[in-house]
Design a protein around this ligand. Structure first.
Ligand code: GLN
Length: 386
């Protein structure tokens, strides 16, 4: 390869979804739901497209959507943000993350990342010239302690990238951990880039945005995603909220990446964010049903399912399930021979990978889940009896 090209890896989601397409396996890998998403929101997008929302919207996002994001966080998290200067609409949360990294990290800045980590962070940090400082969490509880944080955060730390609720683990950090992170951010003058796309997909407990902790209001970039809230992953409508100075800085990178986001989708998301609290409860109840169905099926088949409180994913511990294959080997065999695509959690590690956990996406039709469970059960029986 021409040496001027950057060494950017292929994402595990692309790899595993391609494998699903090639083999016809059931895809419980990449996270996307089978359900079509709320009809009123989709119809609002279609109507807006016909009614003329088709030219460049403002770089920061349609005013009505920025207002809706601000009211939404006021209602759901008692967080007050100024819609005019503290909200930026982006083309998905991934763009917001990239814009935050590219606008806040300079050559030689240290960036603290927590493994297992979502696979988009690291390549962006590297391209921005940042020096990754990795923290490694361990199953089954994936807890972050002060010693691990203190080993990674120091005088050169510019950013911490913090994903809560976390993908792939499905864990929500408790208030004590948030306080610990806030304390170190304040002490070392660090900005927290908070990927909170799973803020509404939670099962019990309360999501506490780090930006609401004392001292964090002006040093946090909070990132959200309509794709996750409304289960419309292909829409790529996201946003970031931050104090005025930080928001302006991140917007500078956004203007040179996508500049804007499709305006008809922005109109539809505006409508969606105004849905009553009951809609969010029902959404969770529906996901909880599918989640429970997959967990029950996996457990009945002898798989050890790890505790989780959020996201569209559950994980199984292969070792505790009596399987000696590592996660990547299991995922390959399960896809090619067993007919179900999963995601090996080692793909979320840069170093010292945990290699005995696979992630499964549960937001699928009952019949799909049942068929997947049957295939997973057969594979476990084969692997544990040979
Ligand atoms: N967020 C999705 C997941 O974790 C993947 C998104 C993507 O494919 N890049 O499965």
């Amino acid at each position: 390869m021409n040496p001027v090209y950057a060494a950017l890896p292929t994402t595990i989601f692309e790899k595993m979804s391609a494998l699903a397409r090639e083999t016809g396996a059931i895809n419980l890998g990449q996270g996307f739901p089978d359900a079509p998403g709320p009809e009123d929101v989709r119809r609002a997008a279609a109507d807006a497209l016909i009614d003329g929302y088709n030219q460049y919207p403002p770089m920061l996002g349609l005013p009505e959507l920025r207002r809706a994001v601000a009211s939404h966080y006021r209602d759901h998290h008692s967080l007050d943000v100024d819609w005019q200067s503290e909200v930026v609409v982006t083309s998905g949360a991934t763009e917001a993350i990239a814009a935050a990294i590219l606008s806040l990290v300079s050559e030689g800045d240290e960036v603290v990342l927590i493994q297992p980590l979502y696979d988009a962070y690291m390549p962006m940090v590297r391209r921005a010239g940042g020096i990754p400082r990795l923290i490694r969490l361990e199953p089954p509880h994936w807890t972050l302690d002060a010693a691990a944080l203190d080993a990674a955060v120091g005088p050169k730390t510019r950013l911490i990238i913090f994903n809560n609720p976390a993908n792939p683990t499905g864990r929500m950090y408790d208030r004590a951990t948030l306080e610990l992170i806030a304390d170190r951010c304040i002490r070392h003058d660090v900005v927290a880039v908070c990927d909170e796309v799973w803020e509404h997909v939670i099962f019990g407990g309360e999501h506490i945005p780090l930006i609401t902790l004392p001292g964090m209001r002006d040093r946090t970039v909070k990132i959200g995603s309509a794709g996750k809230i409304f289960a419309l992953t292909g829409w790529k409508v996201g946003w970031m909220v931050a104090g005025k100075a930080l928001a302006a800085q991140v917007a500078r990178a956004h203007q040179f990446m996508t500049f804007t986001t499709p305006p008809n989708l922005q109109v539809a998301v505006t409508q969606g964010l105004g849905k009553p609290a009951s809609w969010f409860m029902e959404m969770r109840t529906a996901f909880a049903r599918s989640r429970d169905r997959l967990i029950a099926g996996l457990e009945a088949a002898g798989y050890a399912v790890l505790p989780s409180q959020a996201t569209w994913f559950v994980s199984v511990d292969l070792t505790a399930s009596g399987i000696t294959l590592d996660d990547a080997a299991f995922a390959d065999r399960m896809a090619i021979e067993g007919g179900v695509v999963t995601i090996p959690v080692s793909a979320f590690f840069e170093e010292g990978a945990v290699t005995n956990i696979v992630r499964l996406c549960y937001c699928k039709d009952d019949a799909v889940l049942d068929a997947a469970i049957e295939r997973l059960a057969k594979m476990r029986a084969k692997l544990t009896h040979s």
